[in-house]
Design a binder for this molecule. Structure first.
Ligand code: ITT
Length: 229
């Protein structure tokens, strides 16, 4: 995969260029299996072991009280980093957390940071997606702009924090399509691909997605900080 091979090459360059600090474990602070699957795919083949907070036994409920994706990603990452610090196994682990969502310009940015909570967290996405398509009924093509946004926060073992952000631009589709991805993927039309995000194979989505691009920025941060194997 392009993302992985580029990442692996950068890692090799970094190894050749400097003395490196060894951190192999990255705890990904999410309870969303769709996100976790994508992060594991994007980081596949790299010298990091991605461990979900559940597998690390660090699961905790974090109130997403922030007013931006950035604030919420930091809240999640810091909460799990604090718990990790109390354990022998993960006290030196790096913690990442993603806060993301679907923003529709015509709906004043809704559902935005409330994407997971829109119409209730337990409401199936088939219903959430239909609601958005219904609210966009009659809205012309030019006014259907929308995007996925991801902020990814990183807490280093010394407590230092960084947050990166990226977007995946598209339009609200006229109908839900596709079996891949999760959440709002079936209803975002991706002009550069001529199909909905839910129709993209995982490796295609990861190359251009908000999460894929934000993780590339995290990769650079890790390399610059010497956090390679
Ligand atoms: P965690 O907080 O445990 O990570 P969550 O699902 O509650 O899981 P968020 O608060 O960040 O996470 O909400 C993200 C929501 O945004 C997610 O549940 C989807 O509805 C939507 N979303 C984010 N990225 C997406 C993607 O790549 N494809 C489709 N929908 C996405």
């Amino acid at each position: 995969m392009y993302v992985n091979s580029q990442f692996a090459r950068c890692m090799a360059d970094a190894l050749a260029a400097q003395e490196v600090y060894i951190v192999r474990k990255i705890i990904f602070a999410t309870g969303n299996m769709g996100k976790l699957r994508e992060v594991k795919q994007i980081m596949e083949g790299l010298p990091y072991e991605i461990i979900s907070m559940k597998d690390a036994g660090l699961e905790t409920e974090v109130d997403e009280t922030g007013t931006s994706f950035e604030e919420n990603s930091l809240l999640k990452a810091k909460a799990i980093a604090e718990k990790a610090k109390e354990t022998e196994e993960y006290k030196d682990a790096l913690v990442l957390a993603d806060d993301s969502g679907f923003e529709v310009d015509y709906l004043n940015g809704e559902p935005g940071i409330y994407s997971a909570r829109y119409m209730g967290t337990d409401t199936p996405y088939s219903i959430k997606n239909k609601s958005i398509i219904d609210r966009m009924q009659g809205v012309p093509e030019l006014k259907r702009s929308a995007r996925f946004v991801a902020a990814i926060a990183c807490v280093f073992p010394d407590g230092k924090c960084e947050v990166v952000r990226d977007t995946f631009e598209g339009r609200v589709a006229y109908e839900a399509k596709g079996i891949y991805g999760f959440g709002y993927d079936p209803i975002m039309y991706v002009p550069e691909k001529g199909c909905n995000s839910g129709e993209l194979l995982p490796e295609e989505k990861n190359k251009i997605s908000h999460r894929g691009k934000a993780l590339m920025k995290i990769r650079e941060l890790l390399i610059n900080a010497g956090y390679t194997e």
